[in-house]
Design a protein around this ligand. Structure first.
Ligand code: 9Z3
Length: 316
């Protein structure tokens, strides 16, 4: 009897590639190739929420919660730690460096005279520092954007596959908030759903668990870190451990919706102990972000992983 394709394969058969897919894959391929020549580590940072369209000509969609704070802040700290970063993010969500300007009015920061435009004194230091960091790191940062769940999964698969050339130098940091439910393209109406049809009932399918092929097939040598988001504290540790046991990747970072900016737990496949990272009052007073501690912690774990696995690497 012929074996049926796994559900993740069926997902890719049924949902078309995003626009500009091949251009993006070429960019990712070049970026990974350059990194492998320079023997640089590469972190894939996913960030922001995925959308699930209700119509093919999309007027309405279901969204996943995430501002992209975790991902965009973490991308900066990975760059500071010497990684090249592929930032796979929801279009128009927070971006590394630019996130510091969100909510600020650029016109309040500049002084205009008849023949000159300058940054006003009050903002010169802050903007100068930010611009300097951005200039220093921009050649090590590749920005790739998505909107829908399907776009995200296509790009995740392709990026992970391109990163294989990096062997254990690759780190995947899956901070995007990814929908568990979707409407397959074949079941989506072409045009805007009309309210004249009465109240709307939706039936959503389960999204196949992509961590399974990611770990075993797409990025078998990479160091893989996923996030587990919960709202009930009593479930956080158990659910994080369950995920690690199920997918056999390297670290699960558990976080709660309410406290995600100050508290996370790290569950590692090499240790029975759960490690906590919690910002103290003095951390908060010094504007220390939890992502700086998360990335520092992961860098140490990745160093160890690299040392243990480098002999089997294709390059490096
Ligand atoms: C996270 O848990 C992220 O830390 C947040 C960051 C989305 C909470 P913000 O962007 O929020 O800083 O506002 N990401 C993973 C969420 C997720 O979809 N996890 C799934 C799950 O928990 C799959 S591993 O089951």
């Amino acid at each position: 009897m012929a074996q049926e394709d796994p559900t993740w394969k069926i997902f890719f058969d049924e949902n078309p590639k995003p626009v500009h897919f091949h251009e993006n894959v070429n960019l990712i391929q070049d970026f990974c190739h350059q990194a492998s020549v320079k023997k640089n580590r590469v972190a894939l940072v996913t960030s922001g929420g995925t959308t699930v369209p209700l119509e093919q000509n999309t007027v309405r969609f279901i969204d996943n919660f995430s501002a992209g704070t975790r991902g965009s802040a973490s991308a900066e700290y990975f760059l500071e730690a010497g990684y090249q970063v592929i930032f796979l993010h929801r279009s128009k969500s927070l971006e590394p460096y630019f996130r510091h300007l969100v909510g600020k009015n650029i016109f309040d920061m500049i002084e205009v005279s008849p023949d000159n435009v300058t940054v006003d004194k009050k903002h010169q230091f802050e903007l100068g520092k930010l611009a300097e960091k951005f200039q220093r790191h921009k050649c090590n940062l590749l920005m790739i954007s998505f909107s829908t769940l399907s776009d995200y999964l296509w790009l995740l698969q392709a990026t992970a596959q391109q990163m294989q050339i990096l062997g254990p130098s690759a780190l995947l940091y899956l901070a995007a908030a990814v929908s568990d439910f979707y409407i397959p393209a074949s079941q989506m109406p072409c045009h805007k759903i009309q309210s004249s049809g009465g109240p709307l009932s939706l039936s959503l399918q389960l999204v196949p668990k992509m961590l399974a092929p990611l770990v075993t097939l797409w990025a078998p040598n990479a160091f893989i870190v996923s996030f587990k988001l919960e709202t009930n504290e009593t479930l956080l540790e158990t659910k994080s451990k369950e995920s690690l046991l199920k997918y056999h990747h390297h670290v699960v970072i558990g976080n709660l919706l309410d406290s995600r900016k100050v508290y996370v737990v790290l569950v590692d496949s090499n240790s029975r102990n759960v490690e906590e990272i919690r910002l103290s009052t003095s951390d908060l007073e010094s504007d220390i972000e939890i992502e700086s501690k998360i990335v520092g912690n992961l860098k140490t774990r990745h160093d160890q992983y690299y040392a243990d696995h480098k002999t089997g690497a294709i390059s490096n």
